[in-house]
Design a protein around this ligand. Structure first.
Ligand code: ADP
Length: 488
């Protein structure tokens, strides 16, 4: 149960049904599933649990709405996004509370995510009116080339639980701007934030059927038939590499265009010439934002031997000072992990590293009591054979490795099948450029611990994904190019 009147009110106000063609409906046989508060393990509410048939009804609604929506004036689509940006900003306190209750992160972090999430709507409200084409004279002079960019068609959007709002707006924003309709399936751990967003978009004037929300626990069974149906023209997914690989395979059947934001294993490299205090500040952000449950989270710290002890001590001081608790409580900086399995996996990775010789500098023990808490943890002397050198931790654990040659740091940083983001700290400009060029990642945080920005292209290389979200290229994922060869 929600604990206070205000918590109960915000949860009560969320639509709990499937949102299809502008109406709210029950799932087949009125099936529902529970949404939990991870700080207590208690039930917050039940939401509709869609069947494969419900999924197909949502697809039909998106498909039916597509032609008219594609013909809407770009300015009108932009204005809807702009109004939604303003409504989200106005209601940030309530949305933050819903997000904290279902996901666990502290309220301040929920608010920061809401600012970031809303920014995608503002950004794409501006992009909606800048979709352009090309016109040129043929090389031979006797023909013309007309290039147009058109909405790709109905999209399937699948989002994860770690950033319940931003991972939605980053896909919904460009889809609306481009003139695409969509079915969105939020993570079953955190469906409430997207349901809240759908109501806001309707209030902002989004026509019925443009955005359809399907909540379900039978994810594969409900998504499979949609991916296999020729009416869906695009799949945009954020989640694990493992699930992303399956979805790419399934997408091959219809040669479906896909955007994939998958796992990360970010290295955080601190050179001998770095400003150590700034590096520690950046490390706190890169590691502890979202309790470490981010694909951009720093996973492996490579610190030059000359500054390693200073860096480690300062990081340990900051990490051990953080207040752990329920995200709704004043001053809490570290909430619970999202579920018991997630916490057990973090504990297992730490135990494995310790068994192989790592030293626990702070944290490292599951606290007693309710909720899926894990304390901020720093490990030094971590051997490269430890599993957490290779596997995404997704929790508040910072393993520290040392190096003496830049080449070794870059080799170790790149020694992973992932390539989402790398962090690099150095005051030397030419070293910064040289090493940034050599890091195999879609993004580099240079002397900063956070790269997320609605106006920049977010995405990874290698097994971290396909395509980019945000920036001037973000809308391209939702547009098809058509060329008309003109005989003049
Ligand atoms: P995470 O645990 O980081 O959210 P997942 O990859 O497990 O990563 O889940 C991301 C999203 O993908 C969630 O909405 C989840 O329900 C969905 N998902 C999981 N398995 C499948 C599947 N087989 N087909 C389609 N979507 C899936």
């Amino acid at each position: 149960m929600a604990e206070t009147d205000r918590e109960r009110r915000v949860i009560d106000e969320v639509t709990k049904g499937l949102i299809i063609g502008g109406s709210v409906r029950d799932a087949t046989e009125q099936k529902t599933f529970g949404v939990e508060d991870p700080s207590t393990g208690e039930l917050l509410c039940d939401v509709a649990d869609a069947s494969p048939e419900d999924g197909m009804v949502a697809l039909k609604a998106a498909h039916d709405a597509q032609p008219e929506w594609a013909a809407t004036a770009p300015r009108e689509r932009g204005e809807i996004l702009r109004r939604a940006f303003e409504l989200i900003t106005e209601r940030a306190d309530d949305i933050a509370l819903i997000m904290t209750l279902e996901m666990g992160k502290p309220l301040a972090e929920s608010k920061a995510e809401i600012t970031y999430a809303a920014e995608f709507f503002r950004w794409f409200s501006e992009e909606a009116v800048r979709i352009s084409g090309e016109w040129k004279v043929n090389a031979t002079g006797n023909g013309r080339v007309l290039v147009m960019r058109q909405p790709i068609g109905p999209c399937l959007l699948i989002t994860p639980w770690n950033f319940p709002l931003a991972m939605g707006t980053r896909k919904i924003g460009p889809a609306i701007a481009a003139g695409c309709t969509m079915v969105i399936k939020p993570a079953s751990l955190t469906p409430l934030t997207i349901l809240k967003l759908a109501d806001i978009l309707a209030e902002a004037g989004l026509p019925d059927g443009v955005l359809n929300v399907v909540t379900t626990t039978s994810t594969g069974k409900v998504m499979g038939p949609l991916i296999a149906d020729g009416r869906i023209r695009k799949l945009s997914f954020t989640g694990s590499t493992e699930v992303g690989q399956k979805l790419i395979e399934q997408s091959a059947q219809q040669v479906l265009k896909t955007s994939m934001e998958l796992g990360g294993n970010a290295p955080f490299v601190v050179c001998a010439d770095a400003d150590v205090d700034e590096a520690v500040q950046g490390a706190m952000l890169a590691k502890m934002r979202n309790i470490g449950e981010a694909c951009t989270a720093a996973n492996r710290f490579y610190i030059h031997a000359d500054v390693a002890e200073e860096f480690t001590k300062k990081l340990v001081d900051r990490m051990s000072d953080m207040k752990v608790g329920r995200g709704t409580e004043e001053g809490v900086e570290v909430g619970p992990l999202v579920e018991a399995d997630q916490r057990d996996k973090v504990a297992e990775l730490v135990d494995d590293a310790v068994q192989k010789g790592a030293t626990v500098r702070t944290g490292g023990q599951i606290p007693s009591g309710a909720g899926y808490f894990y304390p901020p943890t720093v490990l030094s002397d971590v051997p490269t054979s430890a599993r957490l050198a290779k596997e995404e931790i997704f929790g508040p654990v910072a393993p520290i490795f040392t190096f003496t040659e830049d080449d070794d740091a870059i080799r170790a940083a790149n020694d992973t099948e992932f390539g989402l983001v790398s962090y690099l700290y150095t005051k030397d400009l030419s070293r910064a450029i040289r090493l940034s060029e050599r890091l195999e990642a879609g993004m580099v945080g240079l002397n900063q611990g956070m790269v997320s920005n609605a106006g920049a292209p977010f995405g990874g290389v290698k097994q971290s994904g396909l395509g980019r979200e945000g920036g001037t290229v973000g809308i391209d994922e939702y547009l098809e190019i058509k060329y008309v060869a003109m005989n003049v």
